[in-house]
Design a binder for this molecule. Structure first.
Ligand SMILES: [Zn+2]
Ligand SMILES: [Zn+2]
Ligand SMILES: [Zn+2]
Ligand SMILES: [Zn+2]
Length: 150
């Protein structure tokens, strides 16, 4: 039997795994959805705080990659038609291009910005802090004003 000579790769820099989102090198796990290194920090999340301080939670909850995997879609999330039809275009763009992604959607759909039905202010859906009712979207300020009046 011929002995295969294993060429040891001569990598100069030590390829330490790093969280693909924040760059930390400690307590990493691989994401189930895309196999990238990410902080194993889900425990840091305080229930119902809606804080976005956990890399793994952010990626799982706020990206199409995580959604696509959780929903059991086939193929690549970047070209998945289901993902695109499950959200309004603005959210598809946000989920597909925000900072919680390892890879950004190469061809995000175009969308018209959402505006407050009361004051006309542009509402960034991805940032939260708005209300959605029968009249459409209401910005946080108008919503608060309305509730005070009642
Ligand atoms: Zn991280
Ligand atoms: Zn992923
Ligand atoms: Zn999908
Ligand atoms: Zn408003």
């Amino acid at each position: 039997m011929k002995e295969k000579k294993m060429k040891s790769p001569t990598k100069k820099k030590a390829d330490k795994p790093r969280c693909g989102l924040c760059g930390k090198t400690k307590n990493l796990i691989k994401t189930e959805c895309c196999g990238n290194w990410i902080c194993d920090d889900e425990h840091k999340y305080v229930m119902f705080s809606y804080a976005r301080n956990s890399c793994s939670r952010n990626h799982r909850r706020y990206t199409l990659c995580g959604y696509h995997y959780n929903e059991g879609h086939k193929g690549d999330w970047k070209t998945c038609k289901k993902c695109r039809s499950d959200f309004e275009p603005e959210m598809v763009v946000w989920y597909g291009t925000n900072e919680y992604n390892f890879e950004k959607m190469p061809d995000p759909p175009s969308f018209t910005p959402t505006k407050c039905s009361k004051c006309g202010q542009v509402i960034v859906l991805g940032n939260g802090g708005y209300a959605h009712g029968p009249d459409g979207y209401t910005c946080g300020e108008c919503f608060a004003k309305d509730n005070r009046r009642k």
